[in-house]
Design a protein around this ligand. Structure first.
Ligand code: ASP
Length: 417
């Protein structure tokens, strides 16, 4: 797809979102009836995730040629993920201590949200065990991305050691990968309609804007804190990282990711957005397939800057509302556990709310505190998911620059903005 068409689609998506809000303002809850249009789009995106992750990982790893490069690529990506996530949490902690949105918030009767109650017991060993599947076909059927990633990594690496037979299999997956990316391009053409359905349908469920304002009353400052912190991270920190370490023009890079970022906002799912993130990183920003194929799926699953930031702000907000002051040491514990909890969060709607249990427990706060932020979680989820996706996209360019260019291999596909 040429740049003109993709700019046209981006404009279409922006218009679709504006129209969606306008129609909710006029027709209120009646707009919930168009949600199926969005669901159709969402299902189409999800349909291609498993083949996309499998094929792009295999092709990416095989393209690296030397397994030692995989080690460098992996370690650079992990360092990038951890550092940027910790910085994001740091920004969240700073702002929540300055704004203090929880002070004076009335608490009332609170209960543990149902989706959290179901997952209350979380052990770290679960995270490690989730890396490996006992049945890869079942994992594919259930769209468990981590074991699929691990399997594809090993599979791709092994293929590179098998000579001509391995080459044949890699060639097959290269074909699969290209075919899936063509489907993504086709899906982009209908993205404006799908996104209209998603936004109008979900906001339509709330009703008109006075209903929305009522929903937000009481947690207004909390929302402001989360949104300002997310904006600082997404518009200043990550662009600076991209510019300094990835040597890219950050705002052009962001514009090229526009469709993916707006889809992340509309779906509240980094996994569902993955096909479009891949398209943006590889096709529009020209990051090589071998790096994007590895970093983007991994990032969509474990790298969640926005989620970590939001969890830290939410936990301190809850503490403030309950009249409890967290000490510096406790806040450091929040920094550490929020970073880890975000890694454990799946790229699906409101996953961050569930893994926040880890952070709350680490500093001894009651899980009932989640009741305070529950009503607006679906809304904040959209913003933090966009930041999660943006962090993955920046990571791909940074890792490419550090690993490939550092090794004297600056090969890139497509334009290099
Ligand atoms: N919805 C987020 C994502 O998909 C995860 C979360 O914070 O709930 O990236």
């Amino acid at each position: 797809m040429d740049a003109r068409t993709s700019n046209f689609i981006l404009l279409g998506i922006v218009i679709a979102i504006v129209l969606a809000f306008a129609s909710v303002a006029v027709f209120g809850t009646a707009m919930a009836s168009v949600e199926w249009l969005g669901t159709l789009f969402l299902k189409s995106l999800k349909m291609i995730i498993v083949p996309l992750v499998t094929a792009s990982m295999i092709v990416g790893v095989a393209g690296l040629g030397d397994v030692r490069r995989l080690g460098r690529l992996g370690s650079t990506a992990v360092v990038y993920f951890l550092l940027t996530t910790a910085i994001a949490v740091g920004i969240g902690l700073l702002l929540v201590n300055v704004i203090r949105p929880g002070v004076g918030v009335s608490v009332g009767d609170l209960a543990v949200p149902a989706n959290v109650a179901a997952r209350e017991e979380f052990a770290w060993s679960d995270l490690v065990l989730s890396l490996v599947s006992d049945n890869i076909v079942a994992s594919m059927a259930n769209m468990e991305l981590l074991p699929i990633i691990v399997f594809s990594l090993v599979f791709g690496a092994v293929l590179t050691t098998m000579g001509t037979v391995g080459e044949t299999v890699i060639g097959f997956f290269r074909g699969v990968n290209e075919a899936i990316m063509k489907i993504v391009t086709l899906l982009m053409l209908v993205a404006p309609v799908g996104i209209f359905g998603l936004v109008a349908g979900r906001f339509g469920r709330v009703g008109n804007f006075s209903d929305l304002a009522e929903l937000l009353s009481g947690v207004g400052w909390y929302m402001v804190t989360v949104l300002v912190a997310l904006a600082l991270h997404a518009l200043i920190v990550l662009p600076a990282v991209l510019w300094l370490l990835g040597r890219r023009n950050p705002y052009r890079y962001m514009l090229n990711m526009g469709t993916a970022l707006l889809t992340a906002f509309s779906t509240a799912s980094s996994s569902a957005t993955l096909p479009l993130t891949m398209e943006g990183v590889e096709k529009h920003n020209g990051v090589s397939e071998k790096v994007a194929g590895f970093v983007v799926p991994l990032g969509a699953t474990v790298n969640m800057n926005g989620t970590a930031l939001y969890e830290a702000v939410a936990v301190l907000f809850i503490a403030q509302a309950l009249g409890l002051e967290l000490t510096l040491v406790q806040q450091l514990i929040v920094l550490l556990t929020a970073t880890l909890a975000a890694i454990g969060a799946a790229g699906i709607p409101e996953a961050g709310l569930v893994t926040m249990v880890i952070v709350l427990k680490a500093v001894g706060l009651p899980l009932e505190g989640l009741g305070l932020i529950l009503t607006v979680d679906w809304l904040l989820d959209r913003f933090r998911t966009s930041v999660n996706v943006w962090g993955d996209a920046v990571g791909a360019a940074v890792v490419e620059r550090r690993v490939l260019d550092g090794a004297g291999d600056g090969s890139r596909r497509g334009p290099s903005p």
